[in-house]
Design a protein around this ligand. Structure first.
Ligand SMILES: [Fe+2]
Length: 355
């Protein structure tokens, strides 16, 4: 069955030839394009000039075709570059495990150069969802957290060397896990309380690994404090929010988001909507509410247009997320029926099929 769907794009993702799904009027009413307008380079530049952030684009799709679409050029490039970067990090982490020496130059190079293309790739949050991952979670997670630190750091206003340091903090935040026995790190089941205690030592062991290396204090604090919580319920020292470094607070937020949306040895990945729900639950007592608000308000643009699988087996497209992001958006199923998941608590999103 041929049908028309609407997908929202950030302006930097819009390509010539795309067709507007609705009339477009800028905030100042100075420039308008009618529904069905085919965008050209010139029109896209004018939209950027007028400060338009997102546009709704019309696509004709054949819903009989259930095969997932092939990866886009960007997704392929991200996957290849990403796996190379993971390989480099893996070798470095193995060196650290055995020799207790951090190859800081390589780490800096990764943070400053190799990761930059990912941070600058529009839609990177969606692309990270489709990257195929093989073995050890820690390496993928470290790269993801570093990239997310770059993206979120920019949303928060960090620039230049400070932003690079934040990316490095994300890359190194779990470096102490190289000093945790592999049988605990790779245990497929739930950790015992005693094993959990050992796992938690990755914060102090990480700090000890880097404390003599002349890293910026912000990076060392992120390693030591990324599991501390605003209400003093975290570890290793249970310091309250006022004593947690801002870098550690950013890492804490993206660490939770990525952990929930990644496959791990002991659990399958959940959807970004579940991750959003977790952040919303903790944002007023355990996490920094300002960082969470900025994060949630920005990620909403990535979710519009995602095709998801509902718990009753239906496929649906995310069409609306409310003013403040909701973990239970409005979706439209294959028959065009709109479903407000906020009012249909018996239904939930169990998987993101396409981004
Ligand atoms: Fe950690």
């Amino acid at each position: 069955m041929i049908r028309v769907i609407t997908k929202r794009y950030r302006i930097d993702e819009v390509k010539p030839g795309m067709e507007l799904a609705g009339s477009l009027i800028t905030d100042n009413d100075k420039f308008a394009l009618g529904e069905g307008t085919v965008l050209t380079d010139n029109l896209i530049q004018r939209l950027k000039g007028w400060g338009v952030g997102v546009v709704d684009i019309r696509h004709v799709v054949d819903s009989a075709d259930k095969e997932p679409p092939p990866l886009s050029e960007t997704q392929v490039a991200v996957s290849c570059g990403y796996n190379d970067t993971v390989g480099t990090l893996k070798r470095s982490f193995e060196t650290i495990r055995f020799f207790k020496q951090v190859p800081l130059k390589e780490m800096r190079e990764l943070a400053d150069s190799a990761l930059e293309p990912f941070i600058n790739t529009s839609g990177i949050l969606n692309h990270l969802q489709v990257v195929q991952r093989q073995d050890d979670y820690t390496f993928y997670h470290s790269i993801d957290v570093a990239v997310l630190c770059g993206v979120v750091g920019r949303w928060l206003g960090y620039r230049g060397d400070e932003l690079k340091d934040l990316v490095l903090a994300g890359l190194l935040h779990d470096i102490g896990k190289t000093q945790i026995p592999l049988e605990i790190l790779r245990k497929p089941g739930k950790l015992t309380p005693a094993e959990m205690e050992i796992m938690r030592l990755h914060t102090t062991r990480g700090y000890n690994l880097v404390k003599e290396l002349g890293l910026p204090a912000s990076v060392m604090y992120a390693i030591l404090q990324h599991h501390e919580r605003e209400d003093g319920s975290g570890y290793p020292i249970q310091v309250p929010g006022a004593k947690i470094h801002p870098f550690a607070k950013v890492v804490a937020v993206v660490d939770i988001y990525d952990a929930i949306t990644s496959d791990k040895v002991y659990s399958k990945k959940a959807t970004p909507f579940a991750a959003v729900e977790a952040l919303m639950r903790d944002m007023y007592d355990k996490l920094d509410p300002n960082i969470c608000t900025v994060f949630l308000n920005n990620v909403r643009d990535y979710f519009i247009g995602n095709v998801v699988l509902l718990s009753d087996g239906r496929e649906a497209e995310v069409v609306y997320l409310g003013k403040f992001i909701s973990a239970r958006p409005v979706v439209r199923d294959e028959n065009g029926e709109f479903i407000d998941l906020e009012n249909k608590k018996d239904l939930s999103i169990i998987k993101v099929l396409r981004t």
